[in-house]
Design a binder for this molecule. Structure first.
Ligand code: IDP
Ligand code: MG
Length: 133
């Protein structure tokens, strides 16, 4: 099924000049870049995007991090785009992520884990509305 998903290149990766290489990973498998924008995440957008994590020990640090500098916000589309993007990203902790995944190849720290991708079709719809309304 053709899906749309929301993906974001996080501040650490933008600052390190990884935008082109990360976008290329998605284009290489045939995903379509439908929207792409450089900009800041507002505190309101950060809170809405990470509402499920309120109260967790890392929550405040996560909000500070995602609002700390420019990000690249994208809508990607293609067959099973939600799962394909999550697979290309790798698991949450870059230290554990497999080589060949974006987090495995470009990150070391759970606090700065390079990329965000929606975890379901429902999350994708919600997140696209948050960031591209
Ligand atoms: P995901 O990004 O792979 O979906 P989630 O569990 O939804 O992972 O966590 C959202 C984000 O919160 C992660 O991408 C990461 O930036 C941050 N995070 C998750 N767990 C931790 C932690 O234990 N310490 C610090 N940051 C964390
Ligand atoms: Mg998540």
């Amino acid at each position: 099924m053709i899906q749309k998903t929301y993906c974001m290149i996080k501040p650490d990766a933008v600052a390190r000049g990884l935008v082109g290489r990360i976008v290329t990973r998605f284009e290489d498998v045939g995903l379509q870049v439908e929207r792409l924008e450089l900009g800041r995440v507002t505190p309101e957008q950060a809170a809405a995007n990470y509402a499920e994590h309120v109260g967790k020990p890392f929550y405040e640090g996560l909000i500070d991090y995602i609002t700390s500098g420019p990000v690249v916000k994208m809508v990607l589309s293609g067959p099973e785009a939600v799962a394909v993007v999550r697979k290309l990203m790798g698991v949450t902790d870059p230290g554990e992520a497999a080589p060949g995944t974006i987090r495995g190849d470009f990150g070391l720290s759970l606090d700065a884990n390079v990329v965000h991708g929606s975890d379901s079709v429902e999350s994708a719809e919600r997140e696209i509305a948050i960031f591209f309304s």
